[in-house]
Design a protein around this ligand. Structure first.
Ligand code: AMP
Length: 470
């Protein structure tokens, strides 16, 4: 019975063991193996957990085990979004098996009355977003002063979304004897501070302290200017030939809407849909459910709207915009390659976004490789000329010219020559280097076309001068 690689290595109820067996799961994931023994012992826990790691069950089993079936509120699980709250509640509801414990999700954007009734008729485990939990406490419907366990799920996300003051307020309404579990993909200082304030000698379950944990997927990026991103996305879509579901992330609601319109117009034989924060709760749920059931081929979404979206059939995630924060990147790409499926995460990166790529690669050691956008016939969007794709972080494009020292050229002469050819500010000319037969000069992307054509038309040297982009 004490099989190290099975769920019955722990003293957990038969109801849970049976539920897990019925689900067809045979062995715990790493985060489950590392967290469950401590959490079952009543120890506080600070756990690093990526999405798709099995973290819900890692805290779900100890939570259900701590409960007795007496209709009193014993466990509170806080999540950053409504979607994650429903997801966690759903997972705990099957995990409890035939136990009579009641678990439900509580979030804003839907009427509070049915939620009040649920609490009044008796419930043991609440899963909720901070805002709605505060409303319920303020209305004196919810009393968390006898809580046995408080769980913060995706704590870094709650921090990003500005929920920390709310979380602290909620904690202040609970009691000091409770057990606290905190799950997060990353550990910014604020989370460490909060944990030392509210936890009692927590055990640390860190998958790897300085490494961002990501699923085993292939990560690619392509340098592509804004104006050609739709072209790039359509080529990637056709390369993948819609085998499996596809998720595309944008940074703004506006871009999500625009892309949905743009792609729905040209790709008629696939179901394309979108998710963003301005949609009503019911519209969002409808889209989520359709995506989960596999009826949507391509879903375009913002970060927030896709939180808690757990779909195992996603094998391609495209970052149409690169997120500004490392943990968003990790969360996004964690939507693919779930539970060992093969996955690809492809980021479309404009020159302004290249800084983030180097942070991901150099600071966090992520294995992201530059890839060409596949060229194929299914081009619904044509590729436009865009110097941005050739420019560095400062918007400068490096040009090579076949004139050098041998023909009397030097730094100053090249600078003056270019200034004499077109109207160009000094700032639009960057570094210059001169070799014997050729030279290099950086020109701001906005002036590159003019500089190239002016040099090529110029007869000063009595011959045609050739210019190439380096
Ligand atoms: P989570 O990280 O909690 O969102 O879990 C990711 C997905 O893995 C969910 O669909 C879980 O139901 C599933 N899962 C969690 N633990 C296991 C396990 N031990 N074996 C198989 N699937 C699991």
């Amino acid at each position: 019975m004490e099989n190290k690689n099975s769920f019955d290595q722990w003293p957990i109820s038969n109801e849970i063991i049976t539920a897990i067996r019925n689900k067809g799961w045979s062995s715990p994931t790493d985060i489950q193996n590392d967290s469950i023994p401590f959490a079952l012992n009543g120890t506080d826990l600070l756990a690093q957990a990526k999405t798709g790691s099995g973290k819900t069950v890692a805290f779900g089993i100890p939570a259900i085990e701590r409960c007795i079936e007496d209709n009193s509120i014993q466990i509170l699980i806080l999540t950053p979004t409504r979607e994650l709250a429903s997801q966690v509640s759903e997972e705990l509801n099957w995990l409890k098996g035939s136990k009579k414990i009641k678990v439900d999700a509580f979030y804003g954007g839907v009427g509070i009355e049915p939620q009040i009734q649920k609490i009044e008729s008796g419930i043991e485990i609440l899963v909720g977003t901070p805002g709605r939990i505060i409303d319920l406490i303020r209305k004196k419907i919810l009393d968390i002063s006898k809580l046995k366990m408080l769980i913060l799920d995706e704590a870094d996300r709650m921090l990003d979304m500005g929920f920390f003051p709310d979380v602290q307020w909620i904690i202040s309404k609970s009691n000091d004897k409770r057990q606290t579990l905190l799950f997060s993909a990353t550990f910014p200082q604020e989370i460490l501070d909060l944990s030392s304030e509210m936890m009692n000698e927590p055990e640390h379950v860190l998958t790897s302290e300085f490494e961002v944990e990501i699923p085993d997927i292939s990560q690619k990026f392509s340098r592509i200017g804004r104006i050609n991103k739709s072209w790039a996305l359509s080529n990637i879509l056709f390369e993948f030939n819609f085998q499996g579901q596809i998720l595309v992330f944008c940074n703004t609601k506006r871009m999500v809407e625009m892309l949905e319109q743009r792609f729905s117009k040209v790709i008629k034989d696939k179901k394309i849909s979108s998710l963003q924060g301005d949609m009503s709760q019911s519209a969002r749920e409808k889209v989520m459910n359709e995506f989960k059931s596999g009826n949507i081929d391509l879903l375009i979404s913002t970060d927030v709207a896709a939180r808690g979206l757990h779909v195992d059939g996603v094998n391609l995630v495209v970052n149409y915009d690169l997120p500004n924060a490392v943990d968003s990147y990790v969360h996004r790409i964690g939507r693919t390659g779930r539970m060992g499926n093969f996955g690809v995460a492809w980021s479309l990166v404009s020159s302004e976004e290249m800084g983030m790529v180097s942070i991901l690669k150099n600071v966090h050691g992520l294995d992201i490789n530059e890839s060409e956008i596949p060229e194929n016939e299914n081009q619904y969007f044509s590729r436009k000329k865009d110097w941005n794709e050739h420019s560095n972080l400062f918007g400068m494009v490096s040009l090579s010219i076949d004139v050098g020292v041998d023909e009397g050229l030097n730094h100053q002469k090249l600078f003056d020559w270019v200034k004499g050819l077109i109207r160009i500010s000094d700032l639009a000319i960057g570094s210059i280097s001169i070799d014997e037969r050729d030279s290099k000069i950086e020109i701001h992307q906005s002036k590159v076309d003019y500089v190239i054509s002016a040099i090529e038309k110029n007869k000063d040297l009595g011959r045609i001068v050739h210019v190439a982009v380096v």
